[in-house]
Design a protein around this ligand. Structure first.
Ligand SMILES: C[S@@+](CC[C@H](N)C(=O)[O-])C[C@H]1O[C@@H](n2cnc3c(N)ncnc32)[C@H](O)[C@@H]1O
Length: 235
């Protein structure tokens, strides 16, 4: 039998919940779950991959919304052990693996819904790049990819380290790559759960409708050409 552990201290406020009651313990967490706008009809019966799941809060939320076959992965042993203890205590049908993004493979880890929430910038920080990461996320996604990510490298947690450069991580590049792989890329909303932190701008993106043939450099394909006119079409 596992003993219920306490949440490791390096978790962010918005990832916190009481492991006994599974209730969010602060306003940041409540606000974030509300801002996600996820609905039961989106998750019911779907399989879910939660990449960099940290405390497991989003896996729990997906389970609450009716998802089946939820697979949580994270690289940090204390977080994985914490979430194992929660899942053991509450006898939840959630698979847990200590695994890094690069070790995920389509055969084992592909799911209907993939959550890559506040992880992409860390992948770039760790020597990855936006293009390869989004290609891999696409490969892992059967239906819907949710990506929550900082708008640019001014985000304080990225800027503080100073490793990721603007030319390697910016929202334009992220959207362009997503549009090359998905038919519909929806900028759902800016997330405010961090409060008014200067330079912190985080956006939730939903990508659906995987393209069968990736568009190459879609952002360079402009609809504007010499024949283009803004005049209304003739009736
Ligand atoms: C800012 S937290 C976000 C947690 C969670 N996804 C959420 O949105 O609430 C980032 C998480 O990504 C994990 N992580 C960082 N690099 C990773 C990698 N290469 N593969 C898998 N997880 C990673 C960290 O351990 C951390 O738990």
């Amino acid at each position: 039998m596992t003993t219920l552990k306490s949440l490791p201290e390096n978790s962010c406020a918005y990832e916190e919940y009481d492991p006994k009651t599974l209730k969010p313990v602060n306003e940041s967490t409540f606000t974030r779950l509300m801002e996600l706008g996820w609905k039961k009809e989106d998750f019911a019966g779907k399989s879910v991959l939660d990449i960099g799941g940290n405390s497991g809060i989003l896996s729990l939320y997906a389970h609450n919304l009716g998802a089946q076959n939820i697979h949580y992965v994270d690289v940090q042993a204390p977080l994985v052990e914490f979430f194992e203890s929660v899942v053991g205590e509450h006898k939840l049908p959630i698979e847990i693996e200590r695994k890094g993004f690069l070790e995920l493979n389509t055969e084992k880890h592909s799911k209907d819904i993939v959550l890559c929430m506040e992880v992409l910038h860390w992948l770039v920080d760790q020597g990855g790049n936006v293009q390869d990461s989004i290609q891999k996320l696409t490969d892992l996604t059967n239906e819907t990819l949710f990506l929550e990510t900082p708008w640019d490298v001014k985000e304080p947690s990225i800027a503080a380290k100073g490793v990721v450069l603007e030319e390697h991580y910016n929202i334009e590049m992220i959207i362009r790559e997503l549009q090359a792989h998905f038919e519909t890329v929806e900028m759902v909303r800016f997330m405010t759960y961090f409060g008014n932190m200067a330079d912190s701008k985080r956006i939730l993106i939903k990508a659906t409708g995987k393209r069968t043939n990736n568009l190459q450099s879609s952002a360079n394909d402009s609809v504007i050409n010499e024949d283009y006119s803004l005049a209304p079409a003739a009736a």
